[in-house]
Design a protein around this ligand. Structure first.
Ligand code: HAM
Length: 447
C-alpha cells in the first residue's frame, strides 16, 4: 500500500498498521459494558424514579468519592469475598503519604465514613446512586462495574426505621412496575448474639465436616455463616439440620424483630422470614433482608439487599451509632424488568426536527428558540439534500419536521410537516413558530 507520507508505510508489518488494527480491537474491560443511548434512557428512568421517591420519603442525596482509603472497606469483613478477593486497590502516587486506596465495592462503609467525618444531626437519612466495583467472575447479572441505588438511616434504633427503609425499597420496585419480587427477612441479633451463634455454628459444622464439600470445609475456617449460603448438594443435609440464629436471640433482639414484622404487616408489605438468609458482608446486626426477582432465571436474582449495622460507624472512628440501609442493583432491576415484560421506555419523542436547506444557520436559530421554550428539538448538520435530511428527521422519531428552504426563506416562513400522521404540511410565518407550537402542545395536552 502506498502512502502520502514519505517514509511511512501502511504495510501489514508497519507500526502504524498494527496500531490501527489493535485500536479497532479494544473492547470494554471484562465485566463492564457500555450503556448506549436507548438503554441509557431506561437507566435514567430508574435513577430518576428512585431519586424522586427517596426525596418524597425525606432523604437527602450524598455523593461520596468513588475511591476511599482501603481501610474503610476492610470493615466489611476481612474474610468476606469482597475484601479478600474482589477489591480493586492501588497506591496513592504521593511518596510522602503512601496510602492504599480502593475503588468502592459498596457505599454503606463510605456513608458511615462520611457520617463519622462530618457528624451531621441524627437521624441522618440519605440516599445515593452510582457505580460500584467488585472483581467478580462475570456472568449473567454479575458485573465488575455495576450500579446501585441505595438509602441509609444513621443514628436511629427504632424498628420503625427498619420498616421505613424496607418500605422505600418495596415502593420503589412497585413504582417501576415490578410485580414478582419477594422480600426475604431475617435477624442476626445484636453483635453478642451473633458471636455466640457463630461459635455454636462453627462447632456444629466442625463436627459434621466429614459430610461437607471441600469448598465448605474451606469456608468454615474463615466464616462459618457463609457455609449456610452453599448451594452444593452434599452440603444440603448438614445445612438444613444446623442450628438457626432464632434459637439464640435475646429478648431485645426478639422484640425488635417482632416490631419490624408488625410494621411491615401494617403497611401490607409481604415478607418471608428466612432464618438461613446470609448476606455477603460482615457488618450486619439484627434485621437483614434481601429482595429476589422471581422471574429472573439466572443464579443472580437478588435485586437488592440490606440490613442493620449498629457497630460500623464506631469502627470507622465515629461515636457509637446505629444504622440501617439497603442497596439495589440497577443492572439486575433492568434485567428483571425485561423478564417481567415491564416497559421502561420513558422516552418522550422529539417535538420537532429542523431541516435546513439554506446552509444550517436557520436550523441553529430555530432549534435554539424552540429549546428555550422547553421543546425537544433536533436538527441535521452539513449541507445535505432534502431527501437525506428528511430521512434523518423520520428516523429521529420527531412528531414534526420544520423545513426551511429558499422559498420559505424568501417569504420569511417555514414549512411544518406532520411526520407521524398523514404527512400534512402547512406554511407558517417564521415569527409564529413558537406561539403556534405552544398551541399544538396545549392542544395535545388537553386531548
Ligand atoms: P449487596 O447485597 O452486596 O449489599 O449488594 C446489593 C445489590 O447490589 C445486590 O442485591 C445486587 O442487586 C447488586 N449487586 C451486587 N453485586 C453485583 C454485581 N457484581 N453485579 C451486579 N449487581 C450486583 C450491599 O452492597 C450493601 N451495601 C447493602 C446495604 C446498604 N446494607 C446496608 N445498607
Amino acid at each position: 500500500m502506498s502512502s502520502r507520507f514519505p517514509n511511512i508505510t501502511f504495510g501489514p508489518r508497519s507500526l502504524l498498521y498494527s496500531f490501527r488494527m489493535a485500536k479497532s480491537h479494544y473492547q470494554a474491560p471484562r465485566g463492564t459494558r457500555d450503556i448506549l443511548p436507548a438503554e441509557a434512557e431506561k437507566w435514567r428512568a430508574i435513577l430518576t424514579a428512585f431519586a424522586d421517591l427517596a426525596s418524597r420519603f425525606g432523604y437527602g442525596q450524598v455523593v461520596s468519592p468513588i475511591f476511599e482509603d482501603v481501610g474503610v472497606f476492610l470493615r466489611l469483613g476481612e474474610n468476606t469475598e469482597i475484601v479478600s478477593k474482589e477489591m480493586f486497590t492501588f497506591q496513592d502516587k504521593d511518596p510522602k503519604t503512601p496510602q492504599s486506596l480502593a475503588l468502592r465495592p459498596e457505599l454503606t462503609a463510605s456513608i458511615c465514613r462520611a457520617f463519622a467525618q462530618h457528624r451531621p444531626t441524627t437521624p441522618w437519612k440519605v440516599w445515593y446512586e452510582g457505580p460500584q466495583f467488585r472483581y467478580e467472575k462475570p456472568q449473567a447479572g454479575r458485573f465488575r462495574q455495576f450500579v446501585q441505588v441505595g438509602a441509609e438511616i444513621i443514628g436511629e434504633n427504632d424498628p420503625a426505621a427498619d420498616v421505613e427503609i424496607i418500605s422505600l425499597a418495596w415502593r420503589f420496585y412497585e413504582s417501576v412496575g415490578l410485580k414478582n419480587i419477594s422480600l426475604l427477612l431475617n435477624t442476626l441479633g445484636d453483635s453478642e448474639t451473633r458471636e455466640i451463634y457463630n461459635r455454636e455454628l462453627y462447632s456444629y459444622l466442625l463436627d459434621k465436616s466429614d459430610e461437607l464439600s471441600d469448598e465448605s470445609k474451606n469456608t468454615l475456617k474463615k466464616n462459618p455463616l457463609r457455609v449456610l449460603d452453599s448451594k452444593r448438594e452434599e452440603d444440603r443435609q448438614v445445612i438444613s439440620d444446623a442450628p438457626t440464629i432464632q434459637e439464640f436471640l435475646n429478648p431485645e433482639d426478639k422484640a425488635h424483630f417482632d416490631l419490624v414484622c408488625d410494621g411491615l404487616d401494617s403497611v401490607k408489605i409481604p415478607f418471608s422470614i428466612t432464618p438461613r438468609l446470609v448476606r455477603g458482608l460482615d457488618y450486619y446486626t439484627r434485621t437483614t433482608f434481601e429482595f429476589v426477582a422471581n422471574d429472573l432465571q439466572t443464579a443472580q436474582n437478588a435485586v437488592g439487599g440490606g440490613g442493620r449495622y449498629d457497630g460500623l460507624v464506631e469502627e470507622l472512628g465515629g461515636p457509637p451509632t446505629q444504622g440501617i440501609g439497603f442497596a439495589l442493583g440497577v443492572d439486575r432491576i433492568l434485567l428483571a424488568c425485561e423478564s417481567e415484560g415491564v416497559k421502561l421506555d420513558y422516552r418522550k419523542p422529539l417535538d420537532a426536527f429542523v431541516v435546513d436547506l439554506t446552509g444550517g444557520s436557520h436550523a441553529t436559530q430555530i432549534a435554539d428558540e424552540l429549546r428555550h421554550y422547553g421543546l425537544k428539538v433536533d436538527r441535521s448538520f452539513g449541507d445535505r439534500s432534502m431527501k437525506s435530511q428528511m430521512k434523518v428527521a423520520d428516523r429521529s422519531g420527531a412528531l414534526y419536521a420544520i423545513i426551511i428552504g429558499d422559498d420559505e426563506l424568501e417569504d420569511n416562513e417555514v414549512t411544518l410537516r406532520d411526520l407521524r400522521g398523514d404527512g400534512d404540511q402547512v406554511r407558517v410565518s417564521r415569527s409564529d413558530i413558537v406561539s403556534g407550537w405552544l398551541d399544538i402542545v396545549k392542544g395535545r395536552n388537553s386531548e
